[in-house]
Design a protein around this ligand. Sequence first.
Ligand SMILES: Nc1ncnc2c1ncn2[C@@H]1O[C@H](COP(=O)(O)OP(=O)(O)OP(=O)(O)O)[C@@H](O)[C@H]1O
Ligand SMILES: [Mg+2]
Length: 277
Amino acid sequence: MLNNAKEPRLNRYQSFSFMNRTPVGDKKLDVSHKTVLYMEDVSVSFDGFKALNKLSLYIDDGELRCLIGPNGAGKTTLMDVITGKTRPDNGSVYFGQTIDLLQMDEPAIAQAGICRKFQKPSVFENLTVFENLELSMKADKGAWITLLATLTGEQRDRIDEVLEIIGIMSLKGQLAGILSHGQKQWLEIGMLLIQEPKVMLVDEPVAGMTHQEIDRTAELLLSLQGKHSVIVVEHDMEFVRSIAKKVTVLHEGSVLTEGTMDEVQNDPRVIQVYLGE
Ligand SMILES: Nc1ncnc2c1ncn2[C@@H]1O[C@H](COP(=O)(O)OP(=O)(O)OP(=O)(O)O)[C@@H](O)[C@H]1O
Ligand SMILES: [Mg+2]
């Protein structure tokens, strides 16, 4: 990964107060224009190759957006830019109307409420399902609160609430290591949800899942809309169809088209791009 940072970054202590997730100063999350996240004219080059090329994308508050496109289209790079892992050469990336994500580092962006689920589940196999959620909850509260602190009743209720949402309440006391691949993925989504993110980025969530697990994942992601904005990258078109409202098609680092699943699947340019793969 090239470090193409140009501007000095604020560290998490300078830029954020942990407890209320409110950036210092007047930079509260402003979604008054309905947009929770936008990027404009964003370009990223790796050794001259444009992984993102003047890309613009606008995500509404509470929206579930699907992002598709052939291999190498720039989908993961786009997530890397939003989460602060990769710095763009040009363009702007804003959280709401006022929070400039390009001025923040990865931990500060996560702390602000933008979280990401990577493809490979990374749960703690030797801890129970409950303990995994407990750990994420405490880790989110900042370094000075000890991991050994006892949970409050409210915190226990929140963990139970998340267990209901991800549908693995009956596995609460089981070691995470014995869960199926799908169950681990849901637990990991739960570990993000417990931190009450505003925006969740989910890269290829159903890869390696059984049909039943895929259907359950669709239900789960659909249930998050409204409260969270979710951007889902996925190659499984049947799955995308089952959850999609608006689909954005990426090609060669730019948005090729956006619309309903039917609109994009019948778009000759989209067909061409996929056939040409
Ligand atoms: N760190 C890097 N260094 C050099 N090239 C990179 C780097 N990261 C991504 N690329 C290149 O940028 C392009 C976009 O990659 P990206 O991973 O964003 O595509 P993608 O749409 O996520 O593809 P896939 O569907 O295969 O996951 C690819 O050509 C890739 O090889
Ligand atoms: Mg990718």
